[in-house]
Structure formats: C-alpha cells, structure tokens
Write a protein that binds this ligand. Structure first.
Ligand code: PA5
Length: 443
C-alpha cells in the first residue's frame, strides 16, 4: 500500500504525549460516532464509504465522456465554486506540469464560476473566441449564483459559436438527481449529466463525478485515484491505520493548548491548490459555534521570504502541518561553474530536491525552536494513487476532528449570511423585507 506517515514528535513540546493519550477514548468515541452514523450531520456521511461504493462502471462512463470532450474540445471550462471546483483543481495542479498552459497540449482545463470578477469573465470569453470549447458545469444545489452567472454567459457564447446542438453535446452538468435550476435546465437541454448524491457534501465530493470528470478530462487516471482512496478507506475503517486519528487528536490537543491557527505547509509548488482544498474542507467543517482552528496555508520556500518572519517570531498561536513529498518526478542537478562567481559551487552536483529537502528540515527545526509545533505528513510521491489516499486521509481526519471539537462537521449555515445580504441588495424577488431593511441600514 502507498504510505502516509504522520509524525507528531515535533508537536510534543507544546502538548505532552500524556495529554494526547488522555484523549484516546474521546477520539475512539468520535470514530464510532462517524462509523455508526450517530452524530450531527449523519445524513452527509456518504463520503465515508464512497471509494468502495463507487462502481468501476461509473468510472468507465466518466472516462468515456472525458474521451469525447478531449476529442472535441481545445479548451474545457469547469464551472463551479467551493467544493464544486477546488478538489478537481487541487488534483489537476498536483499532477500537472505548470508550463503546459503555454504549450499546445489539449484540452486545456480552465475554471470559471468561482468568482464574480467581470474582467475575469470578459477575458475568459475573449480567450475562448474562435476555440472549440466545452463546459462542465457543477453545482450540487444547482442554484449557486457565481457558477450560474458564468454558465449563463458561457452557454450563450458556445451556442452562438458552435450552434445549439453541438453546444448541448459539449456541455456536461453535474448536479442533484432531481432538484435545482441546473437539473431543470440540463434535462430541458438534453445535456449529459452526472449526479452528486444527497449524502455527500460539496467539500467531500472530489471523489464523485464532481472531481473525477474534470480530472479525467485533464488526462489523469481516475481509477488509480479511486484505488488509492479505497486502500486508505479500508485501512482507516478497519482500524489498521491510525494516521487520521493521530492527526485529528494532535491538532485538537494543540488547539486546546492555545494554538488556534493551523498552517498547512508544502515544499512543492504543485500542492498550492491542494492546500486551498484542505482549507475549505477544514474551515467549512469546523469553523462554527464560535469555535474551530483557523486553517491557513503557505508555499515554502516561496513564502519563507514573506510569511516566514511572522511564523518564526510572531504571536505564538500557530502550529504547522507539513506535507512532505518524499520523491519528485524529475532529476535536475546543479552544475559546477569554474568561475564560481555566485559562490554556489558547494552545491555543485547536488539535486535541486536535496536542497529543497534541507530547506524543509532546516525550517522545521527552526520553527520548532521558535515555538511552532509541527505535524509531519509524508507521502511517497505525487501520483493519482497517493493523492486519492491523501484526500481520504484528510476527509476522515476532518470528520473525526469535527466531532472531537463538538460541532456538526457536515453543515455550513454561516455561508448563507452574505448571500442573504447580496440578494437583498440586488433586490432578488422574495427578499423584499430584507431589501427594505438593508437599504435602511446603509442609507
Ligand atoms: O462544501 C460545500 O457544500 C460548499 O462549499 C459548496 O461546495 C459550494 O458552496 C458550492 O455549492 P454548489 O455545488 O451547490 O453550487
């Protein structure tokens, strides 16, 4: 099995092994609550056995649709926000070559509907002019404003440029089986559709068609991704693998000791969006009832030259979780230079990754010395299989951790507040009372 190793030795200065062991019955009870489905939000536990329950026939079907889109499109626009885009973006970036966008590899995957930037949408529409493009529109509720605006614009552009019939063939909708405006529209237009099951929340949906179709269109092996998740699911649910419990317990112990902010650290630029996915997973699951660790992230060594100062010497309310990737894909050695004007010959012959690993170790030691406890999560390499495994590990740990914190990890009541105000300000029908109240407030 591909490995995930969780090492908490560098967190033990801030919390003792005894304190962690004293939480053993608490973590057990959270695991049981999750597995027996007896806790708050238990109607959203579909993700727990999702890897095992996903039939290969669904993967074959998704791969067939992906092949069709790849054959027909130069660009595929993935429209979605939050859990309906971050998982796909995280995996595609973790597996991809950052320079492929400048080459002629096809199809290019671009994202929309994750912001309300007028310039972004204008520039995207300009970019798509004259190109064969397709759209994967994703919204579990089928009513989210940001993707709905982007989809309305892009659908009109595609129909105008390729004709309605071709557009209908190149649009795939991923949404609820029955409810929501997107379901109505997709049925009416005859789009290919995939379903997000009711019992899987948006931020836990990367291993459903929500993540799998864009990842397959990008050319990656979704069977290997699922296999990695299946292995991790089996190991965690059987109790053979305690890594998720260890991570959940340690972060809660640190939180209780006053470490209110967790910074997810990577030393591999491909993991930037994995951290964005992780932030949503933990932030939306745990930040409620005026509780919850604030999930932050940095890309090292890049951010050592910006946030590094704060982390080393700022307020001691933080801890770090480092995702360490043991092996990189390619080998680059630093050349020797006879003149050595840059003074770098002490590195001549070394691999760049060796330097990176020493930056990683040196930083970890410095941060621990500076009062920043450290949890180390090591994976073998960035492959579909390890990423599937890592995704399931973080999802499982999130469910356990949320129950240890004493919240419902599977709802997100707080995200409605901005929407109510925005709809009131935009005078959406049905919001008349709120519109009057908010106008009064800001007048
Ligand atoms: O985790 C969640 O439920 C949210 O972040 C959603 O994914 C996000 O709000 C998008 O919702 P929808 O897929 O319904 O458009």
């Amino acid at each position: 099995m591909n490995n995930i190793r969780v090492n908490i030795n560098d967190a033990l200065g801030a919390v003792s092994q005894n304190a962690i062991e004293a939480m053993a019955s608490e973590v057990r009870s959270s695991v049981n609550t999750l597995l027996e489905g007896t806790g708050a939000g238990n109607d959203f536990l579909g993700w727990v056995r999702l890897p095992e329950n996903t039939p290969d026939s669904l993967l074959d079907d998704i791969n067939a649709t992906a092949r069709r889109l790849r054959g027909e499109c130069d660009v595929v626009v993935v429209v979605g926000i939050g859990g309906s885009y971050l998982g796909a973006k995280a995996v595609i970036e973790a597996l991809g070559n950052p320079f492929s966008v400048y080459g002629d590899s096809k199809p290019q995957i671009v994202f929309a509907g994750h912001n309300i930037g007028e310039d972004y949408l204008y520039e995207l529409q300009k970019y798509l002019e004259g190109k064969n493009f397709g759209i994967i529109v994703i919204s579990k509720s089928g009513t989210t404003t940001e993707p709905a605006i982007a989809f309305r614009l892009l659908k009109a552009q595609l129909e105008a440029s390729a004709g309605r019939e071709t557009a209908a063939r190149r649009i795939v909708a991923i949404t609820d089986a029955k409810r929501g405006a997107l379901r109505t529209l997709a049925d009416e237009e005859g789009y290919t559709t995939y379903v997000i099951d009711d019992n899987v929340g948006g931020r836990f949906s990367v291993l459903t068609p929500v993540g799998l179709l864009p990842i397959a269109v990008a050319g990656y092996d979704i069977k290997a991704l699922l296999d990695g998740a299946r292995e991790r699911q089996k190991a965690i649910l059987s109790g053979a693998d305690k890594s998720a419990e260890v991570y959940a317990t340690t972060r809660n112990a640190l939180y209780r000791s006053g470490k209110k902010i967790e910074i997810l650290v990577n030393y591999n630029p491909r993991l930037h969006f994995f951290a964005e996915w992780w932030k949503q997973l933990y932030g939306e699951s745990e930040g409620k009832e005026h509780k919850g660790i604030f999930p932050a992230s940095v890309d090292f060594s890049t951010d050592l030259h910006s946030m590094g100062q704060w982390i080393q010497e700022g307020e001691r309310s933080i801890f770090e979780t480092v995702i360490s990737v043991a092996n990189v894909d390619h080998e680059v050695r630093i050349p020797s230079d006879e003149a050595n004007l840059d003074g770098l010959n002490f590195l001549a012959g070394k691999r760049v990754d060796e330097v990176n690993k020493m930056a990683e170790l040196g930083t970890r030691l410095a941060h621990v010395d500076g009062g920043v406890p450290n949890i180390l999560v090591t994976i073998d390499a960035l492959t579909e299989r390890t990423l599937g495994s890592l995704i399931y590990f973080f999802e499982a740990a999130c469910g356990i951790s949320g129950y240890m914190l004493g919240v419902n990890p599977f709802n997100q009541p707080g995200v409605e507040a901005y929407k109510r105000n925005m709809f009131a300000l935009l005078a959406k029908p049905g919001y008349e009372a709120e519109t009057a109240a908010i106008r009064e407030r800001i007048s």
